[in-house]
Structure formats: structure tokens, C-alpha cells
Design a protein around this ligand. Structure first.
Ligand SMILES: NC(=O)c1ccc[n+]([C@@H]2O[C@H](COP(=O)([O-])OP(=O)(O)OC[C@H]3O[C@@H](n4cnc5c(N)ncnc54)[C@H](OP(=O)(O)O)[C@@H]3O)[C@@H](O)[C@H]2O)c1
Length: 322
């Protein structure tokens, strides 16, 4: 099968298209014929071996996982002897950031992992970007126990995590203020934000509104800068280490102190998570946002684009089988 392989850490062009064997399936696994995947920020981190400490998990001097791609959509091609939840021909989507393998024509995944049927109203390309950004967003929303009526500001409202967060909050009846470039204001309003702050015109940290939660979905701000926006028991949520790498430490300390706190939701991915996203997509309450699409043969260009930090939502990789 054709796969995008990287055997050393480095820039996008360490990735090469190669012919490799179709992965073999265990009894509890399904073999998925992949039709669509994504290139996301997690793939970029794994490929580049950054941040450096993450190599303790991904391989110190060279990557342990050589075929990346954590999100996928495709068709079940074969099932292991013990599989009961899925059958050959099922249209499925899912997430796996441990074994990865979705930048290829086939992957294997346990039937008990983050795997669900694609709603009938979605194509493979629409379903593939449903999980990575959304599961970070969903986990953060749960961690801060955000509920209807609270006021939330999402910085980076157009990213993979931000665009999912805006939609998932809006479906819960939470009034959202999104921060984005003025060119993207209408998009963010269409995803359900009540108000938009144009980051190229206004400094959102000087906003006069008080917020129960500030969600820095793009890792460009800090608790220090956003503190004044928060209500006395307000929460700052983060997705990146922060400009000085301070966010993990603040998350350990501030919850024990009175007043405002910094929280990180350790990403949870399981079948319940993908089924929740499936139900929301089926009901038309969540639609993963797609920026560009690239064929697998052009995956290096997709990596280069994602690394500009300017994508809107997600970048889809389409996988051809002809
Ligand atoms: N914790 C983890 O394990 C983990 C995993 C994945 C990602 N991440 C991190 O989470 C963050 C978000 O990832 P993502 O994939 O959602 O991001 P993304 O899709 O790459 O975000 C791109 C968007 O960010 C906005 N943006 C760019 N510069 C900005 C700035 N200075 N201030 C505010 N917004 C800016 C741009 O929109 P506008 O031009 O419209 O503002 C752009 O559309 C990244 O820092 C990533 O490294 C963490």
C-alpha cells in the first residue's frame, strides 16, 4: 500500500511516499481502507519531534511511529475473528494518536478504540476532521464544567480546536465571544458565536466584558494577560504550553489557591467521545470546518501549510485507491 513515511525527525520534507506492507490485523481489530485523513498540529509535533521532551514518548533519537495521521475516515475492509461491533463495508471515522497510521491507504484499529460509524449525511472527507480539534475542545469544556449561561471567550476561534469549541459551546447554549482576524468574523458568527473581536483591530485583553472562562485555543496568549477579563472565580483554559512554558505549572498550582485558576483538560479519547461527536454531526449541531484538501501525494505541501499556523479549521488529506 502507499503510505507517507518519516524515519527521522525534521521539517515537512522528511516525509516520503513509499510502498509498504498493509498492516496485519489482530483478532480484536478492524482493517480500515482509508479514504480521508488530516494533517494537524499533533502530526506536525510528532514529525518534528517537538517539543523535545515529547520524544520521551515518541522515540528519543528517531520516531517510533513512522506513519503519522491520527484522524481518519474510511470503510471497514476486514474484521478480526473477535470483532462484534463493526462489519465489513461499514463507513467509519476515528482517532488514534498512539499508533497513528492514517497517512496511508490502510490502517488497523481495535474495535473498542475511538471508532464510530460515519453519519449518513457526511462524506469521508467531512468526517475525517471530526475528532482531533474537537476532542481537545470537548475535554477543555468538560474540565471547566462550562454550562449554559456562563460567558466564554475563545481566543483562536478559527483554529481546529477553536472552531470546534465555538460550535460545541454554542450547542450547549453558552454565549461565546470569538477572537479572530476580521476576514473570518462572519465564519465565526456562523458557527454560533454571539460576538466577535477582530484581533487585527482590537486587543481582546482590553475588552470590558467579564468572562467565566477564557479559552486560549491557539496558545498565543497567557493567564497573566487574560486575568483581568476573568470573573473572581473565572477559569483560563489552555491548549499549548504558553509563551514561557508556564501553563502546566500554573495548572498544578492555581486550582489550590483562592480566586481565578488555570486548567488543562487531559485529552480523553474513547468510543464515547467519538459517538458523542457522531451524534452531534448527525443532528447538524457540529460540522468540522475544512480549509484546504490535498491528495496524499501532496502531503508535504499540506504539512507546510499547517505549519504556517494560519489554517482555518482543518486540512484534509484525500486518499486515492485507483
Ligand atoms: N495540547 C496538545 O497536545 C495539542 C495538540 C494539538 C494542538 N495543540 C496546540 O493547540 C493550538 C491550537 O491548535 P489548532 O490546530 O487548533 O491551531 P490552528 O488550526 O493551527 O490555528 C490556526 C488559527 O489560529 C489563528 N491565529 C494565528 N495566529 C494567531 C494569534 N497570534 N492570535 C490569535 N489567533 C491566531 C488564525 O486565525 P485568525 O487569523 O482568524 O485569527 C488561524 O486560523 C496550537 O498551539 C497547537 O500547537 C496542542
Amino acid at each position: 500500500m502507499l503510505a507517507a513515511v518519516h524515519t527521522r525527525y525534521g521539517p515537512p520534507d522528511v516525509v516520503r511516499l513509499m510502498d509498504v506492507p498493509v498492516p496485519s490485523m489482530r483478532d480484536d481489530e478492524v482493517l480500515v481502507k482509508v479514504y480521508a485523513s488530516t494533517v494537524n498540529r499533533t502530526d506536525c509535533g510528532f514529525r518534528g519531534g517537538t517539543p523535545f521532551f515529547a520524544r520521551a514518548f515518541t522515540g528519543l533519537s528517531r520516531p517510533r511511529v513512522t506513519i503519522l495521521g491520527n484522524e481518519f475516515a474510511g470503510e471497514v475492509e476486514a474484521v478480526g475473528l473477535g470483532v462484534t461491533r463493526f462489519a465489513v463495508g461499514d463507513r467509519v471515522f476515528g482517532y488514534d494518536d498512539t499508533a497513528c497510521g492514517a497517512h496511508a491507504q490502510y490502517l488497523t484499529i481495535s474495535e473498542a478504540a475511538s471508532l464510530a460509524q460515519i453519519p449518513a449525511n457526511l462524506t469521508f472527507a467531512q468526517a475525517a476532521p471530526a475528532t482531533e480539534g474537537a476532542h481537545y475542545a470537548l475535554t477543555a469544556i468538560r474540565k471547566a464544567r462550562i454550562r449554559g449561561g456562563q460567558r466564554v471567550l475563545v481566543n483562536g476561534a478559527t483554529g481546529a480546536i477553536g472552531s470546534a469549541a465555538v460550535q460545541l459551546l454554542a450547542t450547549r447554549g453558552v454565549p461565546v465571544t470569538g477572537v479572530c482576524d476580521s476576514a473570518h468574523r462572519d465564519l465565526v458568527l456562523a458557527w454560533g458565536a454571539e460576538r466577535v473581536i477582530d484581533r487585527d483591530v482590537e486587543d481582546f485583553t482590553q475588552d470590558l466584558q467579564a468572562y467565566d472562562v477564557v479559552f486560549d485555543a491557539v496558545g498565543k496568549s497567557s493567564f497573566g494577560r487574560c486575568r483581568r477579563l476573568l470573573t473572581p472565580h473565572g477559569v483560563f483554559l489552555w491548549t499549548d504550553l504558553g509563551p514561557g512554558g508556564q501553563n502546566p505549572v500554573l495548572s498544578l498550582v492555581t486550582p489550590w489557591l483562592p480566586g481565578r485558576s488555570v486548567l488543562f483538560g487531559y485529552p480523553r479519547h474513547d468510543q464515547a467521545m467519538v459517538n458523542e461527536l457522531k451524534d452531534l454531526m448527525e443532528a447538524g449541531r457540529f460540522r468540522p470546518v475544512i480549509d484546504r484538501r490535498y491528495p496524499l501525494a501532496e502531503i508535504v505541501d499540506a504539512y507546510r501549510f499547517v505549519e504556517t499556523g494560519q489554517k482555518i479549521g482543518n486540512v484534509v488529506i484525500t486518499v486515492d485507491h485507483t
